[in-house]
Design a protein around this ligand. Sequence first.
Ligand code: AKG
Ligand code: FE2
Length: 316
Amino acid sequence: MEQIPVIDFGMFESDPIAVASQIRAACETIGFLYLTNVGIPQTEIDGAFRLSASFFDQPLDSKNKFARDDNNKGYIGPRGEMLDPSTQKMGENKECFNFGKLINGKPVQPLPAPLDANEAFLAKFSDCHNLCGRILQAFAVALEIKEKDGGVHYFEDRHKYDVACGSVLRFLKYPKGDNNNGIDIVRCGSHSDYGSITLLFQNGIPGLEVQASRTHWISAPVIHGAVLVNIGDQMEYWTGGRFKSTKHRVVHLPEYADKDRLSIAYFCQANDEVLLDAIPSGLQAGSQYYHDHPVKSAGQYLQERLDASYNFFTAA
Ligand SMILES: O=C(O)CCC(=O)C(=O)O
Ligand SMILES: [Fe+2]
């Protein structure tokens, strides 16, 4: 597949089989798809980007007061994360802020103003969680999981809001002017995502590329009104490699060198204790996959990947 397909998700209620089969075709090939009509108004997404820009505009000292904690929540400053430790020599020149879910309607991490008091923003986590739940329903239909095995709610039941999980909503900023310094070959190194699915919103500045084959990358353009969805490693494990957790990266585009690039990602993770073993799908791939990939729990797998992305200073 040379292009990432655009799928009208508004049709899922009325024609679940047709939408699920388009989604399956994308997941089995490129592992990325755009969904339109997902029910999140563009004005809300624009509002979240404004909040993100105002947070990142603050001085480094103020942002560092909210530094990433042991639960992977909080601020990660420039060069704090490295997504491709096998080829990168230093952390990436980007900034991130990870939000965790609200518990009993309240944030469980310190949040900087004005985010702490912004109710529309605080609802974003559950909007993304709920959208992922509907996408996971489409996956269960696509994978023909029978009613007696959990049916359409098979994956949703493994992503319960009130059970511990590593899902995060993340603001990202790639600063302008770093494309000619001879150090930052890419803005974000080649990697696959760790969770079950990722939602990505982009603010108009492209640069995301997806690995279509071993040597060939295609761009994932900004499509107004569409959310980009990609398969993460957990979903690849469950489907025995049938759904592809495709590598992607963010590159510099000289024509946008004078603009910051902002994106917002929602990394949807299964509940910590859920095992990444074969799902009861009529379409299951061969068992060889599970010999090559020992079964882990979602929480254990996530922690291993986070350790590799953040502990490169001490590991060197
Ligand atoms: O910023 C982007 O467009 C993508 C970022 C990404 O792939 C990630 O943080 O996992
Ligand atoms: Fe990613």
